[in-house]
Design a protein around this ligand. Structure first.
Ligand code: GLV
Ligand code: MN
Ligand code: MN
Length: 443
């Protein structure tokens, strides 16, 4: 009898867990509103624009490839019923009306990539945002606030050397001084705006008035290892790093590489190589999460039998504390001056980018946490060590970011990968966060 009852209990337990499993698989207990497959198919389609034969994608902001990809994305935004507007910086907005006259809840990301990048950085948040709109349409959900999907232009800044460019203009942090800036082919930013169908003289109109936004949200891959290694599906971003960039040019003397004695050379490349190590040494000289990078070097004239007379490279420094970035730069500058003396060269650096750190708004972080919990997903708070458009928008609106895991923490590489399940989780949390904010903001 006892054995019998125990057996029945076990069966009951088994059945209960089977039902729970089926319910989970069918999303009965926590239904997903977003359609994972549909979202995945748009990601696959977008990956065709700028695809590299050896994997990944090169889709620089303000390029022919980006233009074609934008047309694709604008098409699916229109199909989702959004009213499209493009600002003078080329940022794309798609609006869905709200039932009340309230400021906008803005969400989206970017579709440009780094040189030889992957298919998830920016794409997940952009297409995830459009998927949220489709899901709202399918559930006939009306929001009080107008909703706006945004695709920011040139987030990576590999073109023109300025990251988060479109959002920087929209936030009023970058002004018309940028118009005359030339890219490495000598084409000005103003000319690229014309190619994008915009009037450069109206750049100032891209600025978003502070009272127009109720909140800004961005879904993004983490691009680091924290969520993946801890197997936590959702990250709630606390803060975003400051990014400083400087372009440095070392001027030495080009001369015959065979006839010039070693002690009479002014070798720009030797000096620049020591400069790279100086950057690393400064960054490593104190404890903390600060980082530094020299991402490329251009050397002239570039022949095996000529001593390099000129070397050009960018220095990038990042930390969650703006002050530390500037302090590190002062130490790097001292190091470069020392190398100049040792090598008999002259190095000049110019600041090209200075994106300030930002903090996510606590009420939006709480809404993201609650949204994740409602889907049954664990979350953790973490900083973003990648630069984000959201850090610019934080200057004009309450801001929050949702992270999903990046396989092995790899990003800015063709190896970048986030699983369809992780992407669907992120989009569902975005869907629910939008609805929570719609209830909680402007009661
Ligand atoms: C953008 O992803 C950056 O962090 O540079
Ligand atoms: Mn990105
Ligand atoms: Mn990136």
């Amino acid at each position: 009898m006892i054995r019998c009852r125990a057996l029945a209990g076990l069966l009951c337990l088994c059945l209960a867990s089977t039902v729970a499993l089926v319910a989970r698989a069918q999303n009965v207990s926590s239904p997903y509103h977003v359609n994972a497959q549909r979202l995945q198919s748009t990601l696959v389609k977008l990956s065709e624009y700028g695809r590299n034969p050896d994997g990944g994608v090169t889709r620089l902001g303000y390029s022919e490839t980006d233009m074609a990809a934008r047309e694709y994305v604008i098409g699916i935004m229109k199909d989702a019923g959004l009213s499209i507007r493009i600002d003078p910086a080329g940022n794309i907005f798609g609006q869905r009306d709200g039932s009340q006259k309230l400021p906008v809840i803005l969400f989206g990301s970017h579709i440009d990539s780094v040189v030889h990048g992957g298919n998830y950085d920016g794409d997940v948040g952009s297409l995830g945002a459009i998927e949220v709109i489709r899901a709202l349409n399918e559930s006939s959900m009306k929001t009080r606030h107008p909703l706006e999907v945004v695709i920011w232009t040139n987030e990576e800044g590999n073109h023109f050397g300025i990251g988060t460019l479109g959002s920087g203009i929209a936030a009023g942090l970058i002004g018309p001084e940028i118009l005359d800036r030339k890219d490495d082919k000598g084409v000005t930013f103003a000319e690229w705006l014309r190619r994008y169908g915009q009037d450069p003289a109206k750049l100032g109109d891209a600025r978003i008035r502070q009272d127009l936004l109720a909140a800004s949200l961005e879904l993004h891959i983490e691009q680091g290892p924290n969520l993946y290694e801890r197997q936590i599906p959702i990250g709630v971003v606390r803060s975003i790093v400051a990014v400083g960039r400087w372009d440095c040019v070392v001027s030495g003397t080009a001369n015959h590489a065979g006839t010039t004695p070693m002690n009479r050379r002014h070798n720009a490349l030797t000096a620049a190589s020591k400069d790279v190590l100086a950057v690393r040494d400064v960054v490593l000289s104190e404890t903390g999460t600060q980082v530094g990078n020299v991402g490329f070097m251009k050397v002239e004239p570039g022949a095996p039998n000529v001593i390099p007379g000129r070397a050009e490279f960018p220095v990038e420094l990042r930390d969650l504390d703006d002050g530390k970035v500037l302090r590190m730069w002062e130490h790097v500058s001292e190091g470069l001056r020392q190398v100049d003396k040792e090598e008999g060269v002259d190095t000049r650096c110019e600041s090209t980018d200075n994106v300030r750190s930002a903090r996510a708004t606590p009420a939006i972080q709480a809404a993201i946490r609650d949204a994740a919990k409602s889907v049954g997903l664990a979350s953790m708070d973490l900083p973003s060590f990648a630069g984000q458009d959201s850090q610019n928008i934080a200057k004009i609106a309450p801001m929050g970011m949702i992270f999903i895991p990046s396989k092995a923490g790899i990003s800015h590489s063709p190896e970048e990968y986030s699983s369809p399940q992780d992407i669907a989780n992120g989009a569902e949390v975005l869907y629910r966060t939008v609805l929570l904010l719609d209830q909680r903001l402007n009661p």
